[in-house]
Structures are given as structure tokens and as C-alpha cells.
Design a protein around this ligand. Structure first.
Ligand code: SAM
Length: 261
């Protein structure tokens, strides 16, 4: 098999990024540092060829057909150890790692992610203490959730977990025509710069309860698990109205709420 005879496999979320201007934008947006670069799903190597020029790359590709093509295409970089290619499922690699670290040195995740597991991968990267920055392409809808600010309709657990560890911003929105084959939806590249470790599991459990029914009031959602009288006291202390909706409360107040209830 060679590159020209590759047929994209839907089950692996294969949409190859062909727009050179978007590839350049990704490389320009990468924070300048000496961290290892982790690429999940190098595919045909269109992004990889730029990444190996700016750093040392650890790549994970699940598709064995693509792995063979990449081994051939990047023979030189593999020999010089500028690229290390892991042929297998990145989620298994994370699962089998100790402490939830994908690799055991500081790294930046830079990738055009497989969309069917993009949210899962980003949550794992946010929890991975070795991961310092996340620069990824996902569906626009997912990117907007990770980059949302309090008050926006799409502000929810993903935005709060992200703001609890750092800052996030959309770098560029990308139309379907940038890919081969084109996906059905718009995409976006976004950057999360981490400056703290991920919040604890109990905090995230509270968020799940808070957003259980996103259009209901925060009080209604939280009182399904926490004592109402205590909630009323804490809401008053924090200046939160009893009718406030979950997306209207900012990350700082969620942390205060968590501490107090
Ligand atoms: N980076 C390439 C590009 O930009 O053209 C390909 C991106 S494509 C959206 C996603 C890639 O992730 C595919 O190469 C696919 O085979 C790979 N992939 C899907 N699931 C994976 C998994 N569980 N572990 C590692 N790679 C995976």
C-alpha cells in the first residue's frame, strides 16, 4: 500500500488535513519551548512533517496501514530519533501508564484529533501532569465548549475543568473543505495553556450534578445531591441568586461552592 491508494477509514475518524495555511497556523501557534511534542493520529504525516522541524516528536497511530506508510516516509527522522512512532491505540497507552502520564517527560500535545474520541483525549491530557500545552483540532462545537466563558450558553463542565488548569482560546475556525475527505461539520484549532494541575475528582463530580439538567436552576440540580438549607446559606454568602442557571456561574464561584458545601 502507498499513500495514493489509501482510503480513509471512517471508524478511525480519518479526515486528512490538506490546507497548508491551516497547517502553518498550527505550527505558528505552538508555544515556544523545548517540550517533547506528542502527536495523536499522525495519519499520512501532513502535520508530522512540520512538527519534526520544530521539536522531537512522539506519535501514536492506531491504523497499521498508515503506520507502515509513516515508517517508510519518516525513515530518516525515525533513525535520528527525531520521531518515535508508536503503532497502537493511544487510549491503551494511557491506560497502561502509571499515574495517567502518557509519556514520562513534559510534553505539548499537538494534533488534528480523531473526532470520535476527541473529548476523551483532551480530558486525559488535562489530567496528565506531564502535558503542559494542548494545541488541537476538533469539531467546532467541542472546541467552543472547552473555550467557553461563564455566561455563554455552551459554558459547562468542560469549560470549568479547562479554566481550573489554565487558559483556552480558539486559534482558527476551519471549514470542511480543508480536509480530505471533508467532514460534515465545521472544525476549529484551539490552544489550552496549562499552569496548574487538574482539579480533583470530587470537584468534577459536583460539576456533573450542577449541569445534570443545564436549563434548570443550579439550586434545583445541586439539591438533588446536597442539603438544600446548606446550599441556600452558601448561595447567599457567595451572592448567587436562587434562580441562577448553571452556565451563569463562573469557575471561581464553582470552586468556592465546592469548598463550602
Ligand atoms: N494528523 C492527520 C492529519 O491531520 O491529516 C490525521 C488526522 S485524522 C483526523 C485522525 C487520525 O487519528 C487518523 O490517522 C486515525 O487513524 C488516528 N486515530 C484514530 N483513533 C486513534 C487512536 N485510538 N489512537 C491513535 N490514533 C488514532
Amino acid at each position: 500500500m502507498n499513500e495514493n491508494s489509501v482510503v480513509a477509514k471512517k471508524k478511525f475518524g480519518q479526515n486528512f488535513l490538506k490546507d497548508e495555511s491551516v497547517l502553518h497556523k498550527i505550527i505558528q501557534s505552538k508555544p515556544k519551548n523545548d517540550n517533547k511534542i506528542v502527536e495523536i493520529g499522525p495519519g499520512l504525516g501532513d502535520l508530522t512533517k512540520y512538527l519534526v522541524d520544530v521539536g522531537s516528536v512522539e506519535a501514536f497511530e492506531v491504523d497499521t496501514d498508515l503506520c507502515k506508510i509513516l515508517q517508510e516516509k519518516f525513515k530518516k527522522e525515525i533513525n535520528t530519533k527525531q520521531l518515535h512512532l508508536n503503532c497502537g491505540d493511544v487510549l491503551n497507552a494511557w491506560q497502561s501508564s502509571s499515574e495517567g502520564n502518557l509519556i514520562d517527560e513534559p510534553y505539548d500535545l499537538v494534533a488534528n484529533l480523531p473526532y470520535y474520541i476527541a473529548t476523551n483525549i483532551i480530558l486525559k491530557a488535562l489530567a496528565d501532569t506531564m502535558c503542559k500545552n494542548i494545541l488541537v483540532m476538533t469539531q467546532l462545537e467541542v472546541a467552543e465548549k472547552f473555550c467557553a466563558e461563564a455566561g455563554e450558553k455552551v459554558f459547562g463542565s468542560l469549560g470549568i475543568i479547562t479554566q481550573s488548569v489554565g487558559t483556552a482560546k480558539i486559534v482558527v475556525k476551519v471549514p470542511p473543505t480543508a480536509f480530505e475527505p471533508p467532514p460534515k461539520i465545521d472544525s476549529a484549532v484551539f490552544l489550552i495553556q496549562k499552569d496548574k494541575d487538574r482539579s480533583d475528582k470530587d470537584f468534577e463530580d459536583m460539576l456533573r450534578v450542577a449541569f445534570m439538567q443545564p436549563r434548570k436552576t443550579l439550586m434545583k440540580n445541586l439539591s438533588s445531591k446536597y442539603e438544600k438549607a446548606k446550599l441556600q446559606e452558601v448561595f447567599q454568602e457567595l451572592g448567587l441568586t436562587l434562580t441562577i442557571r448553571p452556565h451563569q456561574v463562573n469557575t471561581k464561584d464553582y470552586h468556592q461552592l465546592y469548598k463550602k458545601i
